[in-house]
Design a binder for this molecule. Structure first.
Ligand code: TRP
Length: 456
């Protein structure tokens, strides 16, 4: 399979063959009609794929708690691409999620050479103040600095034991030249993603991470490591039912009933199995098929709809026995808005995007010189129409500025039909961008006081 897509969080180019990405990496498509209160990003299929989003939605519909987590690199300036992630965070918050946001100051310090103080200043001024403007609820939003939460590094260490350089190479394309900070940063990020599940940070509950597809390697790494760290595996049986099997590891073998000499300690194993039965009986399961010797435990009467509940019972038991008891994080994936020049949007190339600190003149200039899907002459454009799919002004209306689906459709059809000219599309976008930015700046002032609440 020489033509596999490589996804690399640090690359400056990015595949937009989203169907192939779904197929190759085993993502699930999102049908926005199945979502509660879909946002414009869902309705437009910009948020197009997920892993385990159903776990989050089931938690919501059962009234159970769930969280959303994201992170920011405090080395650059917040732009429209970052705004899109916060829009999704807010959507989850409106569904009932608590919000955790990691400031990746350790990562920025190690990979970009910023001092931790500069990271802090930059995070607050460039990002957190904009989150306040965007309406994250201060009661349900916690923002922290990696450097101030040693637990995220410690988890990176603990879970790092479950991977090796070959796997890191396979996931990230690392090689012998790779800077070790680039090996360490993803492990700290694993800590970021899973630590909200710890008892001190909200306890066991599903966590979802909304990301751009380029970040999927981090999600795959995190999901792989959490599942390897689990003490009990849970699978649907071939003939129905749910099957539990023990995952014996260095750190749990004694508790799992394996003696120092590697032999089965029948007494400990039997006790563990009665503990599992007791926990399951308490919530109404009966009838178990136990094979303590092989470390398998069947619940024939359970169905796949019991999966979440049984999984939670096992993770709680693992915690009681001294394990981390981590659920695999869920994730959603969004497509990328084209950069304004036609390249990938990037903080280091100011003309590819709009920063949330750009003044109206700069915004106007950027949109005016943006890549256009119009024809080269007015006559041709009137005759054949333009292509909104590659027109930056139209795309930015779709991704960022035009909430109203009907109005967006008008623009799309008008452009294709040649009724709206490229310059007119740009003018429309400039006006809406200005409106959005004015309102944003006003809210930023009004809500400036929330910044402290997020940090406390
Ligand atoms: N590495 C991410 C970036 O470059 C920032 C980040 C740190 C992050 N921790 C995270 C993102 C956890 C998502 C989840 O932007």
């Amino acid at each position: 399979m020489g033509d596999n897509i490589r996804i690399d969080p640090w690359s400056s180019s990015q595949s937009t063959d989203y169907q192939r990405i779904i197929d190759q990496f085993g993502l699930e498509s999102i049908d926005s009609r199945s979502l509660p209160n879909p946002s414009m990003l869902h309705r437009r299929n910009i948020v197009f794929a997920h892993r385990d989003l159903d776990v989050i939605l089931r938690a919501k519909s059962k009234g159970n708690s769930f969280g959303v987590l994201t992170g920011l690199m405090p080395s650059g300036k917040m732009h429209l691409g970052h705004k899109m992630v916060i829009d999704q965070v807010r959507w989850f918050q409106e569904l009932g999620a608590d919000v955790t946001i990691a400031v990746a100051d350790l990562e920025a310090h190690a990979t970009r050479g910023l001092s931790l103080e500069d990271c802090r200043k930059n995070a607050l001024e460039e990002y957190v103040s904009n989150y306040a403007a965007m309406g994250l609820d201060p009661e349900k939003t916690k923002i922290y600095f990696q450097s101030k939460r040693p637990i995220v590094q410690r988890i990176g260490f603990t879970l790092g034991k479950k991977t090796n350089l070959s796997e890191m190479e396979a996931i990230y394309g690392f090689n012998g030249e790779t800077n070790l900070a680039h090996v360490q940063a993803p492990l700290v990020q694993v800590g970021d993603i899973v630590h909200p599940m710890l008892d001190e940070y909200g306890g066991l509950r599903p966590i979802v991470v909304p990301v751009g597809v380029d970040q999927d390697p981090h999600i795959r790494l995190t999901r792989g490591l959490t599942s390897k760290s689990n003490w009990f595996n849970l699978k649907e049986g071939k003939n129905g039912g749910l099957n539990i099997s023990l995952s014996i590891q260095d750190e749990n073998s004694l508790a799992m009933g394996v003696s120092e000499n590697g032999r089965l300690n029948r007494e400990v194993r039997d006790q563990l199995f009665s503990e599992i039965s007791n926990n399951l009986t308490e919530v109404g399961y009966a009838d178990f098929v136990k094979n303590p010797k092989h470390g398998t435990f069947g619940i024939p009467s359970a169905t796949i709809s019991d999966y979440d509940e049984v999984k939670f019972i096992l993770l709680n038991l693992e915690r009681k026995m001294g394990g981390l008891g981590l659920l695999q994080p869920a994730s959603t994936y969004h497509k990328f808005a084209v950069g304004m020049t036609g390249d990938k949007m990037s903080s280091s190339k100011p003309n590819t995007t709009i920063f949330l600190t750009d003044d109206l003149k700069t915004i106007e200039k950027k949109i005016k010189s943006a890549f256009s899907g119009g024809k080269s002459t007015i006559e041709e454009h009137r005759l054949h129409g333009g292509n909104p799919d590659i027109d930056v002004a139209y795309q930015y209306m779709m991704y960022f500025f035009e909430e109203d689906d009907a109005r967006l459709r008008e623009l799309n059809e008008g452009y294709r039909a040649g009724k709206i000219l490229a310059g007119e599309m740009k003018q429309i976008c400039i006006e809406r961008a200005n409106e959005w930015m004015n309102e944003h700046q006003e809210l930023k002032q009004q809500n400036a006081h929330l910044v402290d609440a997020y940090l406390s």
